[in-house]
Design a protein around this ligand. Sequence first.
Ligand SMILES: [Zn+2]
Length: 432
Amino acid sequence: MQVSIANPLLRTPLALIVDDSCPVINLTYHWIRQRQAWKARFQPNAPFNPGDGDPARLHLVPPTIPADFAVRWGEWCAEQGVKGKFSLVPFPAGVARVDQGLPGFPRDEVERWMRAYREVICPNFDITCEMLTHSHVVDLRTWQLTDEWEQYEWVDPPVAPLTEYIAASMRLVRDAGMPCEGVTSPGAFGAKKESAYARATLEAAQQVMGNPRPFYFLRVVDPPDAWPDAPIWHAEPERGVAIASIICCTHDWFGGWTGYDAGDPDRFLTEDLQGGVLAPVLARELPCVMVGHWPGFYYGGAEVGFDVLKEVKRRLDTYDPDGSKTRWMKTSAIGHYWMARQLSEVRSEPLANGGQRVAVTTRFPTGDFTLWLDQPCTQVALNGQPLRQVYSRRALAEGAFLVEGSRTAVAFDLPEGETTLTTAPAANPSAA
Ligand SMILES: [Zn+2]
């Protein structure tokens, strides 16, 4: 019998990645000023580059973003079921350290922000660091800023200090009381040495968080030139150790990293659901991970990026009104699913009753693990316990099976170790 691993509950993963976020501080406000100062020193004759920020529009970028907005944004995501990843830049622009409570900023506002992270954002979003400052590289011996930039010089980072640097960043997030499930690259940090970067992140996550299965976000692909996936690096199947690369299939068409470049929901998905980058990705049932930047959701208080998000979510709901086609997931859950998908061993053997015994052996646990069996089944048992039959994709959940034509989907929580399914086929499969 053919057995294949399907998407979780036969649904296309959706996730929202939020970059450049941190408590209180608007990273963009400092980032543009520091970049302009750096250019004045080192590249005084360089032409204008919007990627360095526009000094003429700096007045549109406030120095801080209020906790009240984070709470409202996070509660909207919770109500809507939106999940993904939300950065916590731990030493934003080198201005103040989050593990020290952001000295210099109002204490009650810092506390409101940390409560927003813990109570409103964490339940639905993985927290990652986005390296230490997202601007200048920090000298870890002195904690002073160097003239190098995390997202420029360290696109091709020195390998020797990489694990220590990433571990230092994770430690700040951890010591601020947050789980740190992986890392986000500031810009293209690490892109020219991706294997070493993935290795260093995996080692840092094990050292600091005791996490053998972290993820990182570095890459964006542009369909139809390339399609999203969740590649797994440095897998050690016997030890249950690996790291996932979470790949976005959109750019920031919410409100930009600047917070003054308005996006457009049509670039994600048009009103008629036929156009935009997400349409063909959804049709192919590939992970739909979108990226936005925190200053752009706030947009200097105009909330332009937030409004774009609301409209994109409305259109995704129109595409999938009963929730049977898509599923919002934390990015760590996408990583864990793809690890289970690629690194589990699945064996099947026929039983005397015409059914099958399917054994899944793994060190990579995941929820909502879903198999297609190419046989219509009247009964499926999980480790000897009969599963419930459902009759629509909408009802498919862990602990259930669904017959569609000549095949059966089975969904269950996949723990470490061996999991066994036994099936009883329809009495006359050819008539099924
Ligand atoms: Zn960033």
